[in-house]
Design a protein around this ligand. Structure first.
Ligand SMILES: Cc1cc2nc3c(=O)[nH]c(=O)nc-3n(C[C@H](O)[C@H](O)[C@H](O)COP(=O)(O)OP(=O)(O)OC[C@H]3O[C@@H](n4cnc5c(N)ncnc54)[C@H](O)[C@@H]3O)c2cc1C
Length: 382
């Protein structure tokens, strides 16, 4: 609590959604990078104690949504080029295309070449859609995006906002009221690494070169055997996910934001539609699987169900039970377990070269990771 009586989410709970930053009428909140490279709000002396920030914090004010029956689908975009360019089954591109066709705007995450980091941006033309397609596995900086969303809504535009579940609940808390023309789409999220980690990795992988494009989920060798591709002015380098140090740090969960290990948003996801990878499709619906990507689509509201109806003629879509849909995707309903290595990971990142980080954290075998997890869970003794 500051001296004006403002209490925002604690450091371990704050998701960095930036709702407070967008809500402050006197510009008295700065989003400041922590030692780990994650953004947190800092309230400055100019604060007048109006509490607009506190009232916009989705952690302090949990928004309890009406309980509706979730419906789950296996879905693939019939346009093969778009699907191959997408991380999963290319459903996001279809939803975005529909909103743009209706004259609306779409917000999503892009790789920013100038800062070599992930930021949220707005697009209003189909030709700009590609920049906000695909998963970027680092926390995106929301900046003043929520203010911009509100402005578009007040101007009467249709808006599709896509982001992580915590960003969606931050936006809802910031807006404070429901808009029929706002469509909220989130991703099943297992957590986000910081942009400091991403930047160190980029410098290590392509020293002295600016990355002009990156694809965390390049499907060159298929959806399940995806790899990381980094493009500079000279070439594109592709590395299978099992050998890429960044993806290994991410997939072993060493580097996620503290709040991701105890995600408060998952229990109360307020998106209209949630998109994810339909891992397990081979078992549930093998007939649909071609290893080019299948999306898991969960509709959570009647509005989400209607939005899906608008694109149904452009995709192959089969309804499945929620249980089958999430059988291989725990991230839909539970937080990622915090590995013991997380305590030291970011301390080391500040002191060690990325090369030494790779040696320490990535060269260890999966056997060792499983062993340390079993020790942590007190199933076996060290
Ligand atoms: C950090 C992160 C973790 C994820 N973890 C899982 C998981 O554990 N299990 C699972 O099934 N799916 C996960 N996903 C979602 C999955 O990777 C696909 O993004 C999703 O299935 C949509 O695929 P698509 O082909 O329909 O669309 P795509 O074209 O791949 O669309 C991706 C959408 O996500 C948005 N987005 C991308 N990066 C970010 C970001 N950093 N922050 C906010 N929004 C972003 C884009 O704007 C776009 O709207 C995760 C995504 C992210 C960003």
């Amino acid at each position: 609590m500051n001296n004006k009586g403002i209490a925002l989410a604690t450091e371990t709970e704050c998701t960095g959604c930036s709702a407070c930053y967008n809500a402050c009428p006197t510009k008295s909140i700065k989003m400041v990078s922590s030692d780990e490279g994650f953004l947190y709000p800092l309230i400055m002396d100019t604060c007048v104690g109006c509490k607009k920030c506190e009232n916009s914090c989705p952690i302090v004010n949990v928004n309890h949504n009406e309980i509706v029956k979730k419906r789950a689908y296996a879905c693939i975009n019939e346009d093969i080029d778009t699907r191959l360019k997408s991380s999963s089954g290319g459903v996001f591109a279809l939803l975005a295309h529909h909103i743009l066709k209706c004259g609306g705007v779409v917000f999503g995450a892009k790789f920013d070449v100038d800062t070599q980091s992930i930021i949220h941006t707005i697009i209003d033309k189909q030709e700009n859609l590609d920049q906000i397609m695909r998963s970027k596995y680092a926390q995106s900086n929301i900046g003043k995006t929520f203010i911009n969303v509100k402005k578009c809504l007040k101007d009467g535009q249709k808006v599709l906002f896509s982001g992580t579940p915590c960003q969606i609940s931050g936006l809802q808390a910031f807006l404070g009221e429901k808009y029929d023309r706002l469509y909220l789409v989130d991703v099943i999220c297992h957590g986000v690494p910081s942009d400091v980690l991403l930047l160190k990795y980029l410098k290590y992988s392509c020293p002295k070169k600016n990355i002009t494009e990156m694809n965390f989920r390049d499907k060159k060798k298929g959806w399940t055997d995806y790899g990381m591709s980094l493009t500079t002015d000279r070439q594109t380098k592709w590395c299978p996910k099992d050998q890429d140090p960044y993806m290994q740090m991410f997939l072993r969960d060493f580097c996620l934001r503290e709040s991701c290990y105890n995600c408060k948003t998952k229990e109360n996801d307020c998106a209209d539609i949630t998109l994810g990878d339909f891992w397990g499709i081979r078992e549930v619906l093998p007939i649909i699987d071609d290893n080019k990507g299948t999306s898991l689509v969960i509709t959570r509201t009647a509005k989400g169900e209607k939005l899906l109806e608008n694109i149904i003629d452009k995709c192959k879509c089969v309804e499945v039970s929620y249980e089958d849909a999430v059988k291989y995707n725990r991230s839909e309903y539970s937080s990622t377990q915090r590995p013991i290595e997380r305590d030291q990971f970011y301390k080391d990142l500040n002191q060690m070269s990325f090369k030494s980080m790779v040696k320490k954290y990535v060269s260890i075998s999966w056997k060792e990771v499983i062993f340390s997890k079993l020790v942590e869970l007190k199933i076996i003794k060290e």
